[in-house]
Design a protein around this ligand. Structure first.
Ligand SMILES: [Zn+2]
Ligand SMILES: [Zn+2]
Length: 181
């Protein structure tokens, strides 16, 4: 069974937000072969307990009043482009989130939310290319030089500092931000 399509998180298997697992979903009570591993904001404890279909169709949000990304972080709390309420709700309520070291922020561009590509360290940024590297360098506020070199060398997909990469769903520009623990 193909996974549902998430416009703003197009490859949740690659990012690790969804994994293959036989656990029963707390929402639909079915074991559908995949489980969501990302953050869940809800009264109930729902870590590793929801299937991607119940996220995609809004039933997990409806049943548990759950969200998967803090609405205030979408658009970076005003740091980036403002996002329409309908898009904000699609990301917060019907899209797998991701775990950051600090409060997660969702990059936006072209008056819309971007698609989350995943966490990135130095090698992942190099694979994505100069545009991705510059986006993270700008976010870090570091000019070319030893400080940036040190920071860039330390960037680790699974460590700290790490970068969070997004692609604009409108123009394809890469962007994002970095944080550390
Ligand atoms: Zn389910
Ligand atoms: Zn754009």
């Amino acid at each position: 069974m193909a996974l549902p399509t998430f416009k703003y998180h197009p490859d949740p298997l690659a990012t690790g937000a969804i994994i293959a697992a036989d656990d029963e979903c707390a929402c639909c009570s079915q074991s559908r072969g995949y489980i969501y591993t990302g953050p869940v904001y809800s009264e109930e404890e729902l870590d590793n307990a929801l299937c991607p279909w119940c996220i995609a169709d809004g039933s997990a949000h409806a049943q548990f009043d759950a969200s998967f990304t803090d609405e205030a972080g979408i658009g970076g709390g005003g740091e980036w482009d403002d996002v329409a309420d309908a898009v904000r709700e699609e990301i917060a309520y019907r899209t797998p989130g991701f775990a950051g070291w600090q409060q997660e922020r969702w990059w936006s561009h072209c008056q819309g939310a971007a698609a989350f590509i995943g966490r990135a360290g130095k090698s992942e940024l190099q694979a994505l290319g100069q545009e991705a590297i510059l986006a993270i360098q700008n976010d870090a506020g570091l000019d070319d030089g030893p400080d940036w070199d040190e920071f860039f060398n330390a960037l680790d997909k699974d460590g700290s500092p790490t970068a969070y990469l997004f692609r604009c769903t409108c123009c394809g520009t890469l962007g994002g931000y970095q944080d550390c623990d």
